[in-house]
Design a protein around this ligand. Structure first.
Ligand SMILES: Nc1ncnc2c1ncn2[C@@H]1O[C@H](COP(=O)(O)OP(=O)(O)OP(=O)(O)O)[C@@H](O)[C@H]1O
Length: 262
């Protein structure tokens, strides 16, 4: 992580809000994210975590506020001011998005190899041998036996599907990956293995990550910093260990103490 004050942020979120009808799901959320930094968004169900993630990742148009991303070679650009084609290109190259439900992030009926190679093909890579080699390498990196390269993900276990989704996202070497509860649909032992893999990959690739989780243990394991949400607002933000060991806001204190109860 290079979160030093003089380094420009990779992502700068300022005052974003989102209403659904008369209901305010997100109220003036702001944070910065630096290259290589992992930021967890935590809070109870319905607190607005996914709404914040989707608004930052340009999957949802906020009603107010700005999301600026440091485009390579250009500098900070207003994400919601980009054209739809520019947003799509960003989402397919320099960004990744890992969904809670693997079926939302994979094509379940095409081969694992094609799932991984698709983003490279989208960038114009058409060399079959190179695509297959890249797919094999990424299957290996996410601990899937390359012998399964021609199998469709519907034949994979839940943990394998999530690892394949991660390979599909990382093959273009994005600088920023959004993750929405990537481990919560898995059982505990499978979760632990996936978390180890995520931690190793984020460190090795110096990935910046914004991860939504309701699980403080996931935040503790993966995140450098965290924001705590309650009823659509960020109520606390800070270094993960500081927030979890010495929570300042009463809601964070409640959240932390409820996990620590025997
Ligand atoms: N498309 C939508 N239309 C109407 N209301 C919505 C929509 N999306 C989210 N909401 C509402 O906004 C609030 C925040 O939802 P959000 O999914 O962001 O919460 P969350 O913290 O991610 O919850 P969970 O952990 O249960 O996924 C909820 O009350 C939800 O019902």
């Amino acid at each position: 992580m290079t979160g030093i004050a003089s380094t420009p942020p990779l992502l700068r979120v300022r005052g974003i809000s989102k209403r659904f009808g008369s209901f305010t799901a997100l109220h003036e959320a702001s944070f910065d994210l630096w290259p290589g930094e992992v930021l967890a968004i935590v809070g109870e169900s319905g607190s607005g975590k996914s709404t914040l993630l989707n608004a930052v990742a340009a999957r949802l148009q906020p009603d107010a506020g700005e999301v600026a991303y440091h485009l390579q070679g250009t500098g900070l650009a207003d994400v919601h001011g980009l054209s739809a084609a520019q947003q799509r290109l960003l989402a397919r190259t320099d960004w990744g998005f890992v969904h809670q439900n693997a079926a939302d992030g994979l094509r379940m009926d095409v081969s694992a190899g094609a799932n991984v190679a698709e983003r490279l093909m989208g960038l114009g890579d058409r060399h079959y041998g190179q695509l297959r080699t890249a797919a094999e390498e990424w299957l290996r990196r996410v601990e899937i036996d390359p012998i399964r390269i021609d199998d469709a993900p519907r034949t994979f276990s839940g943990g394998m599907r999530q690892r394949l989704q991660i390979a599909r996202n990382l093959v273009t070497r994005p600088r920023l990956v959004f993750m929405d509860e990537p481990t919560s649909s898995l059982d505990v032992s499978v979760q632990a293995r996936l978390l180890d893999l995520l931690r190793a990959l984020t460190q090795e690739l110096q990935l910046a990550v914004v991860i939504v989780t309701h699980d403080l243990a996931v935040a503790r394991l993966l995140a450098h910093r965290m924001v705590v949400m309650q009823r659509g607002r960020i109520v606390e933000t800070g270094l993960t260990d500081q927030v979890l060991d010495d929570p300042q806001h009463p809601y964070t204190q409640l959240l932390v103490s409820s996990v620590l109860q025997p």
